[in-house]
Design a protein around this ligand. Structure first.
Ligand code: APR
Length: 238
Protein backbone atom coordinates (compact mmCIF):
# COMPACT_ATOMS: atom_id res chain seq x y z
CA UNK A 1 0.00 0.00 0.00
CA UNK A 2 1.16 3.52 -0.74
CA UNK A 3 1.60 6.62 1.37
CA UNK A 4 -1.33 8.23 -0.46
CA UNK A 5 -3.56 5.33 0.56
CA UNK A 6 -2.43 5.62 4.17
CA UNK A 7 -3.05 9.38 4.08
CA UNK A 8 -6.60 8.78 2.87
CA UNK A 9 -7.23 6.27 5.65
CA UNK A 10 -5.96 8.78 8.19
CA UNK A 11 -8.06 11.62 6.78
CA UNK A 12 -11.22 9.49 6.94
CA UNK A 13 -10.54 8.08 10.42
CA UNK A 14 -12.35 9.41 13.51
CA UNK A 15 -10.26 7.48 16.03
CA UNK A 16 -6.51 6.99 15.74
CA UNK A 17 -3.82 5.50 17.97
CA UNK A 18 -0.09 6.08 17.47
CA UNK A 19 2.56 3.91 19.13
CA UNK A 20 6.03 5.45 19.05
CA UNK A 21 9.50 4.17 19.85
CA UNK A 22 13.04 5.53 19.91
CA UNK A 23 13.08 5.92 16.13
CA UNK A 24 10.81 8.98 16.25
CA UNK A 25 13.45 10.76 18.35
CA UNK A 26 16.42 9.63 16.25
CA UNK A 27 16.20 12.72 13.99
CA UNK A 28 16.26 14.84 17.14
CA UNK A 29 19.72 13.45 17.82
CA UNK A 30 18.77 10.90 20.47
CA UNK A 31 20.34 7.51 19.71
CA UNK A 32 18.11 4.47 19.50
CA UNK A 33 18.70 1.35 21.56
CA UNK A 34 19.02 -1.29 18.86
CA UNK A 35 19.36 0.46 15.54
CA UNK A 36 22.91 0.64 14.16
CA UNK A 37 24.84 3.76 15.16
CA UNK A 38 22.88 4.04 18.40
CA UNK A 39 25.28 5.37 21.06
CA UNK A 40 23.70 3.00 23.51
CA UNK A 41 25.23 0.20 21.43
CA UNK A 42 28.11 -0.14 23.91
CA UNK A 43 25.63 -0.10 26.76
CA UNK A 44 23.09 -2.90 26.47
CA UNK A 45 19.89 -1.45 27.89
CA UNK A 46 19.13 -4.97 29.10
CA UNK A 47 22.25 -4.81 31.33
CA UNK A 48 21.66 -1.39 32.82
CA UNK A 49 17.93 -0.73 32.77
CA UNK A 50 17.11 -3.39 35.36
CA UNK A 51 16.36 -3.42 39.10
CA UNK A 52 19.22 -5.91 39.55
CA UNK A 53 21.77 -3.59 37.89
CA UNK A 54 20.54 -0.72 40.06
CA UNK A 55 20.74 -2.76 43.25
CA UNK A 56 24.23 -3.92 42.28
CA UNK A 57 25.61 -0.52 41.30
CA UNK A 58 23.23 2.46 41.57
CA UNK A 59 26.01 4.89 40.72
CA UNK A 60 26.82 3.16 37.39
CA UNK A 61 23.14 3.09 36.41
CA UNK A 62 22.81 6.77 37.34
CA UNK A 63 25.92 7.63 35.31
CA UNK A 64 24.18 6.11 32.27
CA UNK A 65 20.92 7.98 32.93
CA UNK A 66 22.79 11.21 33.69
CA UNK A 67 24.59 10.87 30.33
CA UNK A 68 21.31 10.12 28.51
CA UNK A 69 19.66 13.11 30.21
CA UNK A 70 22.49 15.35 28.98
CA UNK A 71 21.99 14.15 25.38
CA UNK A 72 18.21 14.40 25.61
CA UNK A 73 18.34 17.89 27.18
CA UNK A 74 19.92 19.17 23.91
CA UNK A 75 17.29 17.51 21.73
CA UNK A 76 14.34 19.33 20.19
CA UNK A 77 11.14 17.76 18.87
CA UNK A 78 11.35 17.11 15.12
CA UNK A 79 8.68 17.31 12.35
CA UNK A 80 7.60 13.77 13.24
CA UNK A 81 6.61 14.81 16.77
CA UNK A 82 4.91 17.94 15.38
CA UNK A 83 2.88 15.88 12.90
CA UNK A 84 1.45 13.79 15.74
CA UNK A 85 0.41 17.00 17.54
CA UNK A 86 -1.50 18.07 14.40
CA UNK A 87 -3.15 14.66 14.31
CA UNK A 88 -4.20 14.97 17.96
CA UNK A 89 -5.78 18.35 17.22
CA UNK A 90 -7.53 17.12 14.08
CA UNK A 91 -9.03 13.91 15.47
CA UNK A 92 -11.96 13.62 17.88
CA UNK A 93 -10.35 10.53 19.36
CA UNK A 94 -6.58 10.26 19.40
CA UNK A 95 -4.29 8.40 21.78
CA UNK A 96 -0.50 8.64 21.73
CA UNK A 97 1.24 5.69 23.33
CA UNK A 98 4.99 6.03 23.63
CA UNK A 99 7.81 3.76 24.78
CA UNK A 100 10.11 6.79 24.88
CA UNK A 101 11.10 8.41 28.16
CA UNK A 102 12.66 11.52 26.56
CA UNK A 103 9.66 13.82 26.95
CA UNK A 104 9.88 15.12 23.36
CA UNK A 105 6.18 14.45 22.69
CA UNK A 106 5.35 16.71 25.65
CA UNK A 107 7.76 19.40 24.41
CA UNK A 108 6.19 19.19 20.93
CA UNK A 109 2.76 19.93 22.45
CA UNK A 110 1.11 16.50 22.60
CA UNK A 111 -1.56 16.76 25.27
CA UNK A 112 -2.30 13.18 26.19
CA UNK A 113 0.68 10.85 26.20
CA UNK A 114 0.60 7.35 27.65
CA UNK A 115 4.21 6.91 28.73
CA UNK A 116 4.39 3.13 28.97
CA UNK A 117 8.03 3.16 30.09
CA UNK A 118 7.92 6.23 32.34
CA UNK A 119 9.79 9.52 32.15
CA UNK A 120 13.55 10.13 32.38
CA UNK A 121 12.85 13.60 33.83
CA UNK A 122 11.15 12.16 36.90
CA UNK A 123 12.65 10.48 39.97
CA UNK A 124 11.19 8.08 42.51
CA UNK A 125 12.39 7.42 46.03
CA UNK A 126 13.26 3.78 46.74
CA UNK A 127 12.44 4.35 50.41
CA UNK A 128 9.35 6.53 50.76
CA UNK A 129 8.03 6.07 47.20
CA UNK A 130 7.56 9.77 46.48
CA UNK A 131 7.90 10.81 42.84
CA UNK A 132 9.02 14.21 41.53
CA UNK A 133 10.36 15.98 38.42
CA UNK A 134 14.03 16.92 38.26
CA UNK A 135 15.38 18.39 35.00
CA UNK A 136 18.85 19.34 36.29
CA UNK A 137 21.60 18.44 33.81
CA UNK A 138 24.04 17.23 34.89
CA UNK A 139 22.81 16.07 38.28
CA UNK A 140 24.93 17.62 41.05
CA UNK A 141 25.44 14.35 42.91
CA UNK A 142 25.23 10.71 41.83
CA UNK A 143 23.31 8.78 42.94
CA UNK A 144 20.71 11.41 43.90
CA UNK A 145 18.73 11.07 47.09
CA UNK A 146 15.23 11.92 48.23
CA UNK A 147 14.53 14.57 50.86
CA UNK A 148 13.79 11.65 53.20
CA UNK A 149 17.37 10.48 52.72
CA UNK A 150 16.37 7.46 50.61
CA UNK A 151 18.15 6.56 47.38
CA UNK A 152 16.36 8.00 44.32
CA UNK A 153 15.90 6.01 41.10
CA UNK A 154 14.97 7.19 37.59
CA UNK A 155 11.19 7.42 37.10
CA UNK A 156 11.34 4.87 34.27
CA UNK A 157 10.13 1.28 33.87
CA UNK A 158 12.97 -1.25 33.82
CA UNK A 159 13.01 -4.68 32.25
CA UNK A 160 10.97 -7.07 34.32
CA UNK A 161 9.01 -4.30 36.05
CA UNK A 162 5.30 -3.64 35.81
CA UNK A 163 4.10 -0.79 33.62
CA UNK A 164 2.30 2.14 35.28
CA UNK A 165 -0.97 0.89 36.80
CA UNK A 166 -3.79 0.71 34.29
CA UNK A 167 -1.84 2.27 31.43
CA UNK A 168 -1.71 -0.82 29.20
CA UNK A 169 -5.45 -1.31 29.74
CA UNK A 170 -6.07 2.27 28.64
CA UNK A 171 -3.84 1.77 25.58
CA UNK A 172 -5.56 -1.53 24.69
CA UNK A 173 -8.98 0.08 25.00
CA UNK A 174 -7.96 2.86 22.61
CA UNK A 175 -6.45 0.35 20.16
CA UNK A 176 -9.67 -1.71 20.11
CA UNK A 177 -11.56 1.41 19.02
CA UNK A 178 -8.97 2.68 16.56
CA UNK A 179 -9.72 2.90 12.85
CA UNK A 180 -6.05 3.60 12.10
CA UNK A 181 -3.06 2.46 14.18
CA UNK A 182 0.27 4.12 13.41
CA UNK A 183 3.38 2.33 14.66
CA UNK A 184 6.36 4.64 14.38
CA UNK A 185 10.07 4.03 14.98
CA UNK A 186 9.95 0.92 17.10
CA UNK A 187 11.77 -2.38 16.63
CA UNK A 188 8.65 -3.99 18.12
CA UNK A 189 10.64 -6.50 20.19
CA UNK A 190 9.79 -5.26 23.70
CA UNK A 191 6.58 -6.40 25.39
CA UNK A 192 3.91 -5.69 26.40
CA UNK A 193 4.15 -2.53 24.23
CA UNK A 194 4.65 -4.52 21.01
CA UNK A 195 1.50 -6.56 21.72
CA UNK A 196 -0.55 -3.49 20.75
CA UNK A 197 0.40 -4.08 17.11
CA UNK A 198 -1.25 -7.51 16.63
CA UNK A 199 -4.11 -6.30 18.84
CA UNK A 200 -4.70 -3.41 16.44
CA UNK A 201 -4.72 -5.79 13.50
CA UNK A 202 -7.13 -8.19 15.23
CA UNK A 203 -9.39 -5.29 16.20
CA UNK A 204 -9.85 -4.25 12.59
CA UNK A 205 -7.70 -1.10 12.57
CA UNK A 206 -5.68 -0.18 9.50
CA UNK A 207 -2.09 -0.74 10.66
CA UNK A 208 0.46 1.69 9.17
CA UNK A 209 4.10 1.15 10.07
CA UNK A 210 6.75 3.87 9.67
CA UNK A 211 10.34 2.73 10.08
CA UNK A 212 13.67 2.94 8.29
CA UNK A 213 13.88 -0.85 8.26
CA UNK A 214 11.58 -3.87 8.42
CA UNK A 215 10.41 -5.19 11.80
CA UNK A 216 8.82 -8.48 12.92
CA UNK A 217 5.42 -6.85 12.36
CA UNK A 218 6.03 -5.33 8.92
CA UNK A 219 4.27 -8.35 7.40
CA UNK A 220 1.01 -7.76 9.27
CA UNK A 221 0.93 -4.02 8.63
CA UNK A 222 -1.57 -3.03 5.94
CA UNK A 223 0.98 -0.42 4.91
CA UNK A 224 4.67 -0.39 5.77
CA UNK A 225 6.33 2.93 4.87
CA UNK A 226 10.13 2.72 4.88
CA UNK A 227 11.83 5.99 5.68
CA UNK A 228 12.58 8.47 8.45
CA UNK A 229 9.58 9.39 10.61
CA UNK A 230 10.53 13.08 10.44
CA UNK A 231 10.00 12.97 6.67
CA UNK A 232 7.13 10.49 6.34
CA UNK A 233 4.80 11.66 9.13
CA UNK A 234 4.55 15.24 7.76
CA UNK A 235 3.60 13.76 4.38
CA UNK A 236 0.98 11.56 6.04
CA UNK A 237 -0.32 14.39 8.20
CA UNK A 238 0.22 17.59 6.19
N1 APR B 1 12.52 7.06 11.61
C1 APR B 1 11.80 5.94 11.85
N2 APR B 1 12.30 4.83 12.45
C2 APR B 1 13.59 4.87 12.81
C3 APR B 1 14.43 6.00 12.59
C4 APR B 1 13.85 7.12 11.96
N3 APR B 1 14.56 8.23 11.69
N4 APR B 1 15.68 5.70 13.06
C5 APR B 1 15.62 4.46 13.58
N5 APR B 1 14.39 3.95 13.43
C6 APR B 1 13.86 2.66 13.88
C7 APR B 1 14.86 1.52 13.88
O1 APR B 1 14.87 0.89 12.60
C8 APR B 1 14.27 0.61 14.95
O2 APR B 1 13.30 -0.27 14.39
O3 APR B 1 13.50 2.83 15.23
C9 APR B 1 13.56 1.57 15.90
C10 APR B 1 14.29 1.76 17.21
O4 APR B 1 14.24 0.52 17.87
P1 APR B 1 14.82 0.42 19.36
O5 APR B 1 16.15 1.09 19.41
O6 APR B 1 14.68 -1.01 19.75
O7 APR B 1 13.82 1.32 20.22
P2 APR B 1 12.39 0.91 20.77
O8 APR B 1 11.67 0.04 19.80
O9 APR B 1 11.73 2.17 21.18
O10 APR B 1 12.78 0.07 22.09
C11 APR B 1 11.71 -0.33 22.90
O11 APR B 1 13.32 -1.09 24.55
O12 APR B 1 15.31 -0.66 25.65
C12 APR B 1 13.91 -0.65 25.77
O13 APR B 1 12.63 0.68 27.18
C13 APR B 1 13.43 0.74 26.03
O14 APR B 1 11.47 1.86 25.21
C14 APR B 1 12.59 1.08 24.82
C15 APR B 1 12.16 -0.29 24.34
Amino acid sequence: MSLEQAREWLQAAGSVVALTGAGISAESGIPTFRGDGGLWQNYRAEDLATPQAFARDPRLVWEWYNWRREIIAQAKPNPGHAALVRLEIAKPRFTLVTQNVDGLHDLAGSGRVLKLHGDIWRMRCTQCGSNWPDRRVPLPKLPPHCACGGLARPGVVWFGEALPEGMMQEAEHAVREAEVFLVVGTSAVVYPAASLIPLARQSGARVVEINVEATPYSEIAHCSLQGPAGEILPQLIP
